[in-house]
Design a protein around this ligand. Sequence first.
Ligand code: RB5
Length: 145
Amino acid sequence: MKIIMANDHGAVDLKKRILNFLEKKGFEITNLGVDEEISVDYPDMAEKACKQYLQGGYDFGILCCGTGIGISIAANKIDGIRAALPQNAFAAEMAKEHNNANFIVFGGRIDYSDSIESMLDAYINTDFGGDRHLRRVDKIMALEK
Ligand code: RB5
């Protein structure tokens, strides 16, 4: 799998943790985020990763900021992006099955009830449900017009 990833200074440790987890699985990750806690603006990070994703060749993207909120709001402003900010592993699974999210987002300053690794596994190992969910996702995408 090929993954595009970006983060701001609020999620440097989390980004490294995710990179380590996914690289061990043999995934190829393009890291566009900051590797040190130098202050950057999360909309710029979202824009970089989402635009690169839209060029094609990636299975999905991962974004991280302090809460995950700002960077997901920014990503969802970009046509073609459905960025999900799951609360736990169930929501991560639903982000794929129901919403066919192409980005999954986490907060580096958030305490989750499930591990980030379990949320990533839930998202990665789930397929989009199609059918009625496709109708609803199509309606989301129609809102861009
Ligand atoms: C940066 O301080 C912080 O605002 C950012 O990482 C994120 O939490 C925004 O939603």
